[in-house]
Design a protein around this ligand. Structure first.
Ligand code: MLT
Length: 407
């Protein structure tokens, strides 16, 4: 008799974005001509940059010929991409990252979900609330979250509430924790931490032997000074932090799939008997066993985003979505909403009208305005009473959605 992993029974039956897709499909079936505007999941609408497509075509062509054909690649990623990442995202910005600290993957979702493999089940995990649901769900699947309570929270997780009252800046945990997930610019609230605020976290992690799991998937959208793009901009962060990055939102790779994780060689965890163990070595071991590398063709596409042309094209994409975020902010303010985020991030976090839960308001926007958002409660208890608007749609749809809301 094959026994299942009981933790899967404890988690909600559907993943947040699958539940939203289900409701949208049902609405579409009941109203086939409804002019639906999708501002829910953060999926991009603009095509891939030409530099990436050209690189893919060239790489695919190499696969025709035995002399240039590539079979299994390195599990950690090809050196050409790891070098481009280390040089362009770190070294040229004054941060020393070696190529063997960079692990290429098929995206930050996989890496933030899989990272738990290298940590003991007894670790106490703190998660900012609201947060990207992958952090909570994967800790629950791994048995680290305890039991779900009636309110949907988990008994063993420590929730760091981020709300309008604390200006979306999480307070340090008041109880002992071992791992902390931080995502900045934040998904879902679109808010950020300043350099000083992130320094507080790095110092806390150092003093308390805590590992920070820093999701920087949205760093390209930062427009303001004094907002760190990488946690390694903070002194000492290489001793305490793993950083996750993605080509999805920066270069439109949501369907193409490529991301990477930086695990510094000096970053240590502890064995049962208190000995220091390199987390870089453990992650390398995990990847070699469970992952066979991102496809060669996709890695060439990712590399091309760092070429001169590639950088220009990526910049244009980011500027486009940033302008969408501005239009959303302006439209929602005009329509009387209380909003947050959207300045350094492609998400705008809006308060639902008083008395409405976020799922009720999600349903209202879907059925009455044909606008798909993401209900804040899907990101955690502190997201209740909010909905998230994504800026990744087309310009026409973004403007049209704001006109519908202003009416
Ligand atoms: C989101 O909408 O929060 C993201 O697109 C989800 C993801 O990146 O997997």
């Amino acid at each position: 008799m094959a026994k299942i992993n009981e933790n899967f029974i404890k988690i909600p039956a559907t993943y947040l974005f699958s539940e939203i897709a289900k409701r949208v499909t049902q609405h579409k079936e009941e109203n086939p001509t409804a002019p639906i505007i999708r501002m829910g999941i953060g999926d991009v609408s603009l095509p891939l940059p030409d530099a990436a497509v050209d690189a893919m075509i060239k790489a695919a062509d190499e696969q025709r010929d035995a002399s240039s054909f590539r079979g299994y690649g390195p599990e950690q990623g090809y050196a050409f991409l790891r070098e481009a990442i280390a040089e362009n995202d770190y070294v040229s910005k004054g941060i020393q990252i070696d190529i063997d600290e960079v692990f290429v993957s098929d995206g930050a979702k996989s890496d933030t979900g899989n990272i738990g493999d290298i940590f003991d089940v007894s670790n106490r995990v703190a998660i900012t609330d609201p947060s990207y649901p992958v952090y909570v769900d994967t800790n629950a699947m791994g048995g680290r979250a305890g039991e779900p309570t009636a309110s949907g929270e988990w008994t063993n997780l420590v929730y760091l509430s981020c709300n309008a009252e604390n200006n979306f800046v999480p307070a340090l945990p008041t109880e002992k924790v071992d791992l902390v997930y931080l995502c900045y610019p934040n998904n879902p609230t679109g808010t950020t931490l300043t350099k000083e605020q992130l320094t507080v976290w790095v110092e806390y992690a150092k003093a308390n032997k805590v590992i920070l799991l820093f999701d920087a998937a949205y760093e390209a959208f930062i427009t303001e000074d004094n907002v760190p793009r990488s946690i390694y901009e903070i002194d000492g962060a290489k001793d305490v932090a793993i950083e996750f990055r993605s080509f999805s939102k920066t270069a439109g790779f949501t369907g193409t799939r490529c991301g990477y994780t930086v695990v510094p060689k000096q970053l240590m965890g502890y064995s049962e008997n208190g000995e220091q163990v390199s987390l870089n070595k453990l992650w390398n071991r995990r990847q070699c066993t469970k992952f066979n590398g991102t496809s060669y063709v996709v890695q060439r596409a990712a590399e091309a985003t760092y070429s001169l042309e590639g950088k220009k094209q990526v910049k244009k994409l980011i500027e486009f979505y940033t302008e969408n975020a501005r239009i959303i902010r302006q439209g929602l303010l005009k329509a009387g909403y209380t909003i947050f985020g959207g300045v350094n991030a492609p998400y705008v976090w809006a308060k639902a009208p008083v008395g409405q839960t976020s799922w009720e308001y999600f349903d209202y926007l879907l059925k009455e305005k044909n606008i798909v958002t993401t209900p804040g409660a899907g990101f955690g208890a502190s997201g209740e009473g909010y909905v998230r608007f994504s800026a990744f749609g087309s310009r026409e749809a973004t403007i049209e959605a704001m006109q519908r809301l202003e009416k």
